[in-house]
Design a protein around this ligand. Structure first.
Ligand code: SF4
Length: 574
């Protein structure tokens, strides 16, 4: 057993924690980072081993050691999820993600107000806990800019200070300057998608990604190897926290990273202050770090779980839970897929960076009129790879058209015909928050450290969500037909009600301690020296956009507030 003392301890050094580690240690604060997984190197990703990274998912939490359970409602028995998409190593999910790097739209920060203004209060489902964010796009814009330039994001501006630019996303919020790097090369799937979407009067553009299209900050540009999402990058062209911010933190001499460290409690005293954390080391030793400031920034399940595990006689419902909102308002993007095949075009969509390669934003957020549609909000519509992951095995996970079985000679013939000649499109839908979508502690399932597993209670099959998925899937079918596909068909969407991707919420931010867990800086209302930073704080999903760039921008904003204000008056409410 060991005890050490530091200024700041950070639990989880991924998209949020890695940025905070670098920024605070550069400002002279002594920082200790705790990471459950290992710290890997770029050389570790040289082997493009699909069995290891795609099938076995070695860069993600092991579902037996770190189970997360799910049930559709409180009356159902929870079962372990069979795939966990987030990261389990230093750098977190940014090591293996598809690197999509979106700024949220202006109206994404004011969804409740804007919806009522345009459609009336009755457009919001009565049981939804839809709210505005406690900050505006304008407040976050400088930190989006900082994240794009410090990390390295490739893309094409579509709205430069209000001037709309064709070829970029004309629906994006105004930005002060271009992306630091030009877009990645558009592949055959993107060219076909672009032509089809334009025929329908839509506005396609290359998706912005934290993958450098050219040499940048001493790293080489992307080689278009194809083993991208689910893999680490073998040349460090993916702008992960592992190759960007952690080396910056190392260089200060103020940062120490402890890997294989399972944090099981945030310690607190009766005054309301937190005093540090306790963790199990790789050798099962039981250790304590005393710190003036505690930042908790793992994936959302573990943010809520750690608060619940840290309950005391003084805080019997868990830390940061005086509002009773801890663990509530969970959201997920539902992935509504549509496939298209060609007789005469080789698409070879297993090549190049995977995930969502080319996008239309016309049916996202409130970028279109929802009057009479029976739902609010929308989806990012894009083309990429089946499963959105990289490599040739992943490319065979295409769901066959109705009438074709998933086995035997007919399936073999389908794969032989369609493998190199299909496009895989996906609508990434923005689901609404509901208070009864929750994370709590599973009473029956424990992890490898003997701690209760996080239990997710979630069912996406609500009227608003179903209507949205039906609508955007039909729009993708129209695009597939406009692309000239010989067959176009939708894939089934989680028929049992399981959550999709990018789970968010659980420690929502707000401007009132009575109905939120943290303020806009991630500072908990109940313990002013405890911060929760990451997508667990999102009050709404931020459109159908992937969450990572907003996590990173929020982390920069929190770091700025801590360095320039909190540090001068520790314990103050920011
Ligand atoms: S496609 Fe590019 S960014 Fe992705 S792993 Fe390959 S080289 Fe790296």
């Amino acid at each position: 057993m060991s005890t050490e003392k530091t200024d700041v301890v950070i639990v989880g050094v991924g998209a949020a924690g890695g940025i905070l580690a670098a920024e605070l240690s550069k400002a002279g604060m002594k920082v200790v980072g705790l990471e459950r997984g290992p710290r890997l190197k770029t050389e570790d990703f040289m082997a493009h081993d699909e069995l290891r990274f795609f099938a076995r998912q070695d860069l993600r939490p092991n579902i037996k050691r770190s189970p997360v359970t799910w049930r559709p409602n409180v009356n159902a028995r929870a079962h372990p999820l069979q795939e966990l998409d987030y990261g389990n190593e230093a750098g977190g999910g940014t090591v293996h993600y598809g690197s999509l790097s979106w700024r949220m739209h202006e109206d994404d920060f004011r969804v409740r107000t804007k919806t009522i203004e345009r459609y009336g209060a009755s457009a919001i489902p009565a049981d939804s806990s839809l709210v505005d964010w406690p900050l505006s796009y304008a407040e976050l814009e400088p930190f989006y800019d900082k994240a794009e330039y410090e990390l390295g994001v490739s893309g094409k501006a579509g709205n430069l200070e209000g001037k709309k630019i064709e070829g970029g996303n004309i629906f994006e919020a105004p930005r002060k300057r271009e992306y630091p790097l030009p877009p990645l090369i558009v592949d055959e799937s993107g060219l076909l998608y672009e032509a089809g979407a334009k025929k329908l009067g839509l506005h396609p553009f290359p998706s912005p990604r934290a993958i450098i299209s050219q040499p940048y900050h001493d790293r080489p540009g992307c080689t278009y190897c194809g083993f991208c999402q689910a893999f680490g990058c073998h040349v460090a062209a993916k702008s992960s926290i592992l190759v960007t911010k952690l080396p910056e933190a190392d260089a200060t001499g103020n940062f120490k990273l402890i890997t294989g460290a399972m944090c099981y409690r945030v310690n607190s005293d009766d005054s309301g202050k937190v005093t540090g954390v306790s963790y199990y080391g790789p050798d099962r030793s039981d250790n304590t770090i005393e710190a003036d400031l505690v930042i908790v920034s793992p994936f959302i399940y573990d943010n809520t779980r750690l608060m619940l595990l840290s309950r005391t006689a003084k805080f019997p419902n868990g830390l940061a839970n005086s509002s009773g909102h801890l663990g509530k308002h969970i959201m997920a993007h539902m992935m509504a897929g549509v496939f298209v095949t060609f007789d005469d075009r080789y698409v070879n969509n297993f090549m190049g960076p995977s995930a969502q390669k080319h996008t239309v934003d016309d049916y996202n957020a409130d970028n279109f009129d929802h009057s009479g549609l029976g739902f609010i909000r929308g989806a990012q519509l894009s083309i990429g790879t089946p499963n959105l992951e990289g490599g040739p095995i992943s490319a065979t996970t295409i769901a066959p058209p109705p009438g074709t079985p998933r086995w035997g000679a007919a399936y073999r013939d389908f794969i032989a015909r369609a493998y190199a000649r299909h496009g895989a499109m996906v609508a990434q839908t923005e689901n609404l928050p509901y208070a009864d979508q929750t994370i709590d502690l599973d009473p029956d399932v424990r992890d490898a450290w003997g701690l209760p597993a996080p239990r997710v209670t979630y069912d996406w099959r609500r009227p608003n969500e179903r209507a949205r998925v039906d609508f955007v899937q039909k729009k993708l079918v129209e695009i597939g037909q406009a692309m000239g596909g010989v067959e176009v068909w939708p894939a089934p969407v989680s028929p049992a009600g399981a959550p999709g991707a990018h789970h968010e919420g659980g420690t929502r931010m707000g401007s009132d301690p009575k109905d939120s867990v943290v303020n806009k800086y991630g500072q908990t209302w109940d313990h002013h020296n405890l911060f929760l930073v990451g997508s667990s704080t999102y009050p709404t999903m931020g459109a159908g956009f992937n969450p990572t760039l907003t996590i990173e921008a929020l982390a920069y904003m929190t770091a700025d507030a801590i360095v320039n204000r909190y540090r001068k008056n520790p314990g103050q409410l920011l």
